[in-house]
Design a protein around this ligand. Sequence first.
Ligand code: FES
Ligand code: FES
Length: 168
Amino acid sequence: MTAGGGHQVRLRVNGVTREAQVEPRATLAELLRTDLGLTGTHVGCEHGVCGVCTVVVDGRATRSCLMLAVQADGTEVTTVEGLTGVDGDLHPIQEAFAAEHGLQCGYCTPGILMALHALLAEDPGAGEDEIREVLGGQLCRCTGYQSILRSALCAAADVRAAAAEGER
Ligand code: FES
Ligand code: FES
């Protein structure tokens, strides 16, 4: 703990080492949004139900409203900003959601993209059952679940095709 009562944390976010001084009660969502300016991660219920705050921490989809910022010290975090390539190219999951109209207001979208990203990174062969299970933990207030599922299936097919291409 520093003299000001905060804790110094150091973590890698989207491939870049970042540091901040945080209050002991601060969540990872607050650290990302307020201290690091990564407002692509949204906050809704703030108690682990809606999934809009989902980011990837050390390879696992994580509700950033439920994780303390101090717990993220030393971790590797990917947020929705990290999906886009350095040249601005959209990730295949983002492409699929754009092509298949997988969003309306877009508030739930970053969390859904990151939950799918974690699933498909761990299991590029994930099928509809696994995708439905992941989507079951992500709430969309616009209720566009059919187009979200269609987009997710399309994204999974694209990720599978890219993985197969890489094996050739
Ligand atoms: S804001 Fe984190 S789960 Fe709802
Ligand atoms: S697109 Fe509006 S909350 Fe999901």
